[in-house]
Design a protein around this ligand. Structure first.
Ligand SMILES: C[S@@+](CC[C@H](N)C(=O)[O-])C[C@H]1O[C@@H](n2cnc3c(N)ncnc32)[C@H](O)[C@@H]1O
Length: 328
């Protein structure tokens, strides 16, 4: 049995920036809804179901890499705190937590950070039941606010987990900023385990990131962002009036998730934000992106943020890696 501390909620601190990004995204051309609105309770459940589909290789590649290399990772990561950014259901992290808590002589602290409070509570309760000897210390909030809580605490030997290829879900500038903030929350010699997806042929990516025949999980995952906006800001979007598709932009090395009104213009009103607009029939609204890295680009990013690759675990068939990084 493990213990769960009271949840720390820092989402109030995030609200201003998030709302500013949403208003400028929905009013801009092309329009954009930030990724963070994809993960209310329903969005998180849909993502977990997508991970169960055989076609979604990032999840399965990470699972296989962790299963095969859990001993090596645990041997290299002799830490007292594990901080996970965007823990979700933490099904993969559980493999590590189980092994590390069994081997740890002192108590091991696990700090899951996620914007989805419901998911965070469920994940913390489940891990507390299934693993012995963990102190679970959940933080509800954006990656940056969560990290600033960690940064202000006394230093400890830390392993940061950032899986699910989430590093690719942000712009180049935001990736850089996030790694800098992670580096600031650690000290020299601390570690980070990050899942990285590399550029590959377009058909492979588009098969993995779209529904196979007979499924509509990706479609609901993408259009659910409108339902999430409705409930957060008293909006009037009709998600069922939208189509969706993920395509690979081969110039930008990025999967782009887009939704659009299927047959006629859609007027919308988000009452709490005093925001109105019209989305034309067929007009693409980007609701998520997933960057696929080139090795040189990744090395430059790590160099410039004070990280170096200590060990690379690679699933070469799908060009996906779990990298154990050391802070320099
Ligand atoms: C792609 S899922 C990955 C989940 C899990 N790490 C995995 O590997 O299966 C992204 C997770 O990060 C959370 N998330 C997304 N954006 C976030 C943000 N800006 N700050 C904190 N959590 C975020 C979501 O709620 C979701 O649980």
């Amino acid at each position: 049995m493990s213990t769960v501390n009271d949840l720390i909620d820092v989402r109030v601190d995030d609200a201003t920036n998030e709302v500013r990004d949403l208003i400028s995204g929905l009013s801009g051309a092309p329009r954009l809804i930030p990724t963070v609105y994809g993960y209310d309770e329903r969005g998180s459940e849909l993502y977990a179901q997508i991970c169960d589909m055989k076609t979604y290789y990032p999840y399965h590649a990470e699972w296989d890499l962790l299963t095969r290399n859990v001993n090596s990772i645990c041997d290299l990561a002799n830490v007292s705190e594990i901080i996970e950014l965007g823990c979700g259901t933490a099904t993969k992290s559980e493999l590590l937590l189980n092994r590390m808590s069994a081997e740890s002589r002192a108590s091991l602290k696990y700090v899951p950070i996620d914007v989805s409070e419901e998911m965070l509570r469920k994940t913390s309760a489940r891990l507390a039941d299934s693993i012995d000897g963990l102190e679970i210390d959940p933080i509800a909030g954006d990656y940056h606010s969560g990290l600033s809580v960690v940064e202000q605490r006394p230093k400890a030997s830390r392993l940061f987990l950032f899986m699910g290829s989430s590093l690719g879900n942000m712009s180049e500038e935001k990736r850089h900023e996030l790694l800098k903030n992670i580096r600031a929350a650690g000290r020299r010699g601390d570690l980070m385990l990050v899942g990285v997806d590399f550029d590959k042929p377009r058909p492979v990516l588009e098969t993995a990131y779209n529904d196979p025949p007979g499924y509509d999980l990706w479609h609901h995952f993408l259009t659910n962002r409108l339902a999430c906006l409705n409930s957060m800001f008293h909006g009037d979007f009709d998600p069922s009036a939208f189509d969706s598709r993920l395509t690979y932009n081969t110039d930008a090395f990025r999967m782009e998730a887009q939704i659009w009104p299927r047959s006629s213009d859609i007027e919308f009103h988000l009452a709490d934000l005093n925001l109105r607009g019209v989305i034309k029939a067929g007009e693409r609204v980007t609701v998520d992106t997933s960057h696929k890295f080139k090795p040189d680009e990744l090395n430059e990013l790590l160099d410039s943020t004070g990280m170096r690759i200590m060990e690379a675990y690679e699933e070469s068939a799908v060009k996906y890696s779990l990298l154990l990084l050391e802070m320099t």
